[in-house]
Design a binder for this molecule. Structure first.
Ligand SMILES: [Zn+2]
Length: 456
């Protein structure tokens, strides 16, 4: 590695006066791994970047003329910036949290005893700490685009605006959505809806922000509330909802109690399904629901580690295949390569091996994110946003175009350098231009206060 951290910091300072938008960067001498793309594997390649977008990729020796910076990334392997298609940054401070006093016996009790207590205890300071520490960890895992599903009933107004600002500081693309629900009463329902509408209006046309209308789940929303939400968003073109569906059987039982054959058909009845919506889980959906989802163009997201942790079952490989499901972590972790590896192993333990989790991560997520964001994301290809994740990976066995999947799933560790929109945000394992020490200090302080508050 010939380019040192100090050199990078110096180049940042000089660049401040330049027109960042049209900066030309050349990355050379790097192993390019580009799953489900063409070419998928280049042993010694180069990538040219102009104005935050990938211009061209090639192999061997590039023409270095006309670039503002040329970075020699010998010894590194680069993957496309990864996408988390369903995440909860608000759960960041739950890491290491004491267990609930009453041990939850089922899915509903997990929500009641843990997550609904946590979201009610969150305030402006703990939310800020959750966003900052959570986004830092995502970026350090090579995640450059996040579809977030947020809940903080006691700090609703301005919560999504805060998320957008912090995500921008990290250079991460964000899809904000606030979980609307009936469970805290009428006033909270109204404020949750208002926060979604405001965010949608403010950021609809921002290239790095893809606001969705967040709904917690069908089983915490009455018909009256669904109608109200449907009516409020019908004025917007291109709206999409982001909702938990059929994560547990209780969601389906509740839809039947309301007189609908299923959750999906209940949402469809209110006109809430379309090509922009994001459906998390879908474990207990039926063949008719798959048809409805297919017809509407809605996007399904599979979250294997969370489903295993909550013991709610496993999404069938047939549904994943039919709907080209994406991959999310549901707040369980930030590392998408771990999610893909653990998803593979969880499915093996169910004696099912026919899901290629790298396809979900690098192909399906790329398609979903590009559709919802309206720009090309998740591949190392000309015209795609320049989101690149570099690993200091020295393979201990032969690595080539036929076997790179095994290396990605079982060999790779955390990335060393992460670029988003043509700028390095992580260099040599450290955040660039962000005080990580301060972020971690605040998060530790806020986690203690939050856990005490939940205990009360
Ligand atoms: Zn979720």
């Amino acid at each position: 590695m010939s380019f040192t951290t100090t050199m990078y910091w110096n180049s940042i300072r000089t660049r401040k006066t330049e027109n960042r938008n049209m900066k030309k960067t050349l990355i050379k001498n790097t192993r390019i791994v580009n799953p489900f793309s063409n070419p998928e594997f280049t042993e010694n390649g180069w990538i040219s970047i102009i104005g935050g977008k990938i211009e061209e990729i090639g192999s061997e020796t590039p023409d270095e003329n006309g670039f503002d910076e040329v970075l020699d990334m010998s010894e590194k392997t680069v993957l496309p910036g990864m996408i988390n298609a369903h995440h909860h940054l608000y759960s960041t401070l739950a890491l290491g949290m004491p267990p609930p006093k009453k041990t939850p016996k089922n899915f509903t009790e997990i929500l009641q005893e843990i997550w609904w207590k946590l979201d009610l205890a969150l305030d402006e300071n703990s939310i800020k700490a959750s966003f900052e520490a959570g986004l830092r960890e995502c970026l350090r895992s090579g995640v450059t685009t996040i579809f977030d599903h947020h809940s903080s009933p006691n700090f609703t107004d301005g919560s999504l605006g805060m998320l957008v600002k912090i995500a921008d500081k990290f250079g991460v693309n964000i899809s904000p959505a606030f979980e609307i629900t009936d469970r805290n009463g009428e006033e909270f329902l109204k404020s949750g809806l208002a926060e979604n509408l405001r965010t949608f209006q403010n950021y609809e046309n921002d290239p790095h922000i893809s606001p969705l209308i967040g709904l917690h789940a069908s089983f915490t929303l009455s018909d009256k509330s669904l109608e109200k939400i449907a009516e409020a968003i019908s004025d917007f073109e291109n709206y999409g909802i982001h909702i938990h569906v059929s994560e547990d059987k209780t969601d389906e039982e509740n839809a039947k109690k309301h007189g609908y054959p299923s959750v999906i058909q209940r949402l469809n009845h209110f006109g809430l399904l379309n090509e922009h919506c994001l459906i998390a889980h879908g474990i207990h959906i039926q063949p008719k629901d798959v048809e409805v989802l297919k017809e509407s163009g809605a996007n399904l997201v599979h979250n294997p580690t969370s489903n295993a942790n909550n013991k709610v079952g496993i999404l069938s490989s047939e549904i994943i295949e039919k709907l080209d499901a994406g991959l999310g972590t549901d707040g369980m972790q930030t590392d998408m390569l771990s999610e893909a590896k653990e998803g593979t192993l969880i499915r093996s333990s169910h004696k099912e091996n026919n899901v290629n989790y790298l396809k979900l991560l690098f192909s399906n997520n790329s398609k979903i994110a590009s559709k919802l964001a309206g720009l090309k994301l998740g591949k190392i290809q000309p015209g795609y946003q320049a989101n690149l994740v570099f690993f200091d990976y020295q393979p201990q066995t032969e690595m080539n175009e036929d076997n790179f999947s095994g290396h990605i799933l079982f060999g790779f560790d955390k990335p060393t350098d992460v670029m988003t929109r043509g700028e390095f945000r992580i260099w040599d394992g450290r955040c660039v231009e962000i005080d990580e020490f301060e972020i971690l200090e605040k998060a530790r302080e806020q986690s203690k206060l939050l856990w005490k508050k939940m205990d009360r």
